[in-house]
Design a protein around this ligand. Structure first.
Ligand code: DGY
Length: 327
């Protein structure tokens, strides 16, 4: 059986697939795999292990309806039309859990770096601006005892809340599709309306899926409702915030700073004004990028492929309805 992998995969995942006797094709060119090429390459395959922003839509699926499974090497699945995959009876899986702590760490890193202007200060040395000591210069803000607002209290949001509560003693407020009673009990977290989240957060951090409901939600109107001293963090998907509105909100000092691991579009242009703003820290979508986590993600994705090849339920199935119909 044949598997197409859209990027060079960590060896841990490759070994599993090879030991299972699967024939692997890895796309190794140093560019994104064009959609039409992906469609064509998949036609000679039994399964797809998709790493990166490959679009799995109706068009793709109509040309590849005989795939036995699609394993994403990501927790996000906003590029996949799950309903269309279900209609074609193709199981799709993702890689939750194994990247939770690492991605929450990235949000923590951004919060701290932005609050202390760390990146800008570091670059000021290169700019030859490390002058004399001034007690009122280069001042950041502390996070101790401040309010952390979480938009999307899933695994990553909860892990970050836990870290910030124990390290900075932060008060936790959150907005989510549904109440999370266990997190409220564990962290004294308080469920608030979206408007209250905007108005009360000292740090507002985004951990929700990109969907029709969340697309562009953090726009000029939202930033205007935030505190002038607040910090906006996004490590989920760039599509949740309006980049031009964010630039304007920062320029007008409607908010104090921003930390982004995700942008819209990706990659971000090197000319983007956010990159030269003092209180902004942008990372190139490295939320889960550690050796340990990427190994685990590759292993999880490989195990999902192996299950699909044996006509068994994928352990991290996203569309379990496929197993309810006759395949
Ligand atoms: C994820 O796992 O969703 C990461 O953002 C990589 O796309």
């Amino acid at each position: 059986m044949r598997v197409l992998i859209t990027r060079k995969l960590p060896d841990a995942g490759i070994k599993l697939l090879e030991d299972a006797g699967l024939a692997i094709t890895q796309y190794s060119e140093k560019r994104e795999l064009p959609q039409e090429e992906l469609i064509e390459l998949c036609q000679s395959q039994d399964a797809l292990l998709s790493s990166g922003p490959n679009v799995i839509d109706e068009h793709f699926l109509s040309h590849n309806r005989y795939l036995k499974g699609i394993a994403l090497m990501s927790v996000g699945y906003d590029k996949v039309d799950l309903q269309a995959a279900t209609n074609c009876r193709i199981p799709v899986s993702n890689t939750p859990d194994v990247l939770t702590k690492t991605t929450a760490d990235t949000a923590f890193l951004l919060m701290l770096a932005v609050s202390r202007n760390a990146f800008y200060q570091s670059q000021s040395i290169q700019r030859g601006q490390w002058g004399f000591y001034e007690p009122t210069a280069n001042l950041g803000q502390e996070l101790y005892g401040k309010t952390l607002g979480i938009f999307g209290m899933g695994r990553i949001g909860s892990d970050l809340a836990r870290k910030c509560r124990s390290y900075f003693g932060m008060d936790i407020i959150y907005h989510n599709r549904s109440r999370k009673v266990e997190v409220e009990q564990e962290l004294s977290a308080i469920y608030v309306s979206f408007d209250d989240l905007l108005a009360k957060s000292d740090v507002l951090t985004v951990h929700a899926e990109l969907s029709e409901q969340t697309k562009g939600l953090f726009n000029a109107n939202a930033f205007r409702k935030m505190k002038p001293s607040s910090i906006f963090i996004n490590t989920s998907r760039g599509g949740l915030h309006q980049e031009n509105d964010l630039i304007e909100a920062l320029s007008k000092k409607e908010i104090w700073g921003a930390g982004l691991d995700v942008t819209n579009p990706e990659p971000m242009s090197p000319q983007n004004p956010l990159l030269t703003m003092p209180n902004v820290y942008v990372l190139p979508h490295i939320g889960s990028a550690t050796v340990e986590t990427r190994d685990q993600m590759a292993i999880v994705a490989a195990k999902n492929i192996m299950a699909a090849m044996k006509d068994e339920k994928m352990p991290q199935i996203l569309n379990p309805e496929v197993y309810r119909s006759n395949k």
